[in-house]
Write a protein that binds this ligand. Structure first.
Ligand SMILES: NC(=O)c1ccc[n+]([C@@H]2O[C@H](COP(=O)([O-])OP(=O)(O)OC[C@H]3O[C@@H](n4cnc5c(N)ncnc54)[C@H](OP(=O)(O)O)[C@@H]3O)[C@@H](O)[C@H]2O)c1
Length: 283
């Protein structure tokens, strides 16, 4: 089979490509700026905002991993339109988010989930908790430069999940029977506060890393100051409301049940990445 992996340069798409290749599956890795890969994996240009890129990307593909058009102004309709443009695709795995049905209307995930369910395909929906990889990617520069993470998460805990575990579940759902019609809530093995996460990452990095809670208003003001629009601020605040309400404290055994291996703990991610990502800059 051939699987088209959308968002193949991102936090889940990269390990989904790896997990599929490890299973001997032919992969087409999509990006808005595809670059040749050292390992000969086929790459293709795909842009949700450019319909001309859809057909070549979808040609002769029977499986699809969807990272949705979260930043597109008309993103709410695009997953449905892409699925309609891909009649030959049999299996679809959608990356959604934990609590998709509880988020504000500006967040399109619940609609994408409905589109996938209605597509007539063998679908699987993944609802992951927050990614461990956020610390080493989105938050890395601030952690490295200031040793500090400031978020409106109060002292709530989250079952931070390693995106390689999400990828292993996605690869299973795309290549094996028994996952059609399933919604999988994916988490790490334990529920940790951001303060506990900072202790784990700081211990591995050999420095003090600190978490400081912000109010929702403080966080919104920072996002606004950084140029975020109202929709994106509402989206971010919605995610943090779920966290403060305890929704993300969830820990499931789904990773182990589907993949046969335990979910990776944050301490393992820290041991692999903390020194490179978070050590203070040498001047
Ligand atoms: N981060 C979390 O903790 C978390 C948890 C649960 C769910 N999610 C969901 O996961 C999704 C990805 O979020 P992320 O922040 O972690 O990003 P990411 O997967 O690390 O990166 C986003 C990917 O999307 C691709 N992309 C962006 N705009 C595109 C466009 N117009 N057309 C085609 N591809 C495009 C990018 O590829 P190119 O730049 O190469 O084109 C990149 O590979 C979001 O829907 C988010 O809600 C995230």
């Amino acid at each position: 089979m051939t699987v088209l992996v959308l968002g193949a340069t991102g936090k889940t798409g990269r390990p989904v490509v790896d997990a599929l290749v490890a299973r001997g599956v032919k992969v087409r890795a999509a990006s808005r700026n595809p670059a040749p890969t050292a390992d000969g994996i086929e790459t293709v240009r795909f842009d949700w905002a450019d319909r001309g890129t859809w057909e070549p990307a979808l040609a002769n593909v029977d499986g699809l991993y969807v990272v949705g058009p979260y930043a597109e102004p008309n993103g709410a309709v695009l997953v449905r339109e892409l699925l309609a443009a891909a009649p030959l695709i049999r299996r679809v795995v959608l990356l959604s988010v934990l609590g998709a049905d509880l988020l504000p209307d500006v967040v399109p995930m619940a609609g994408w989930e409905a589109d996938v369910r209605d597509s007539g395909k063998e679908w699987t929906i993944l609802r992951p908790n927050w990614f461990q990889q956020n610390f080493g990617e989105g938050f890395a520069a601030s952690l490295r430069d200031t040793g500090s993470l400031e978020l409106p998460a109060a002292d709530a805990t989250l079952g931070f999940v390693d995106t390689r575990d999400i990828a292993d579940v996605a690869a299973a759902a795309l290549t094996a029977a028994g996952h059609a019609g399933q919604v999988y809530v994916l988490t790490g093995p334990e529920s940790l506060s951001h303060a506990q996460a900072m202790t784990i990452l700081g211990t591995s990095a050999g420095r003090n890393l600190q978490y400081t809670p912000l109010t929702a208003d403080q966080f919104a003001a920072r996002l606004r100051g950084a140029g975020a629009d109202d929709n994106s601020i509402t989206w971010q605040l919605g995610l943090f409301t779920l966290i403060r309400d305890g929704v993300n404290a969830t820990v499931t055994d789904t990773v182990e049940r589907i993949t046969g291996h335990p979910a990776r703990p944050l301490a393992a991610y820290a041991a692999e990445h903390a020194v490179a990502k978070f050590s203070a800059r040498r001047v």
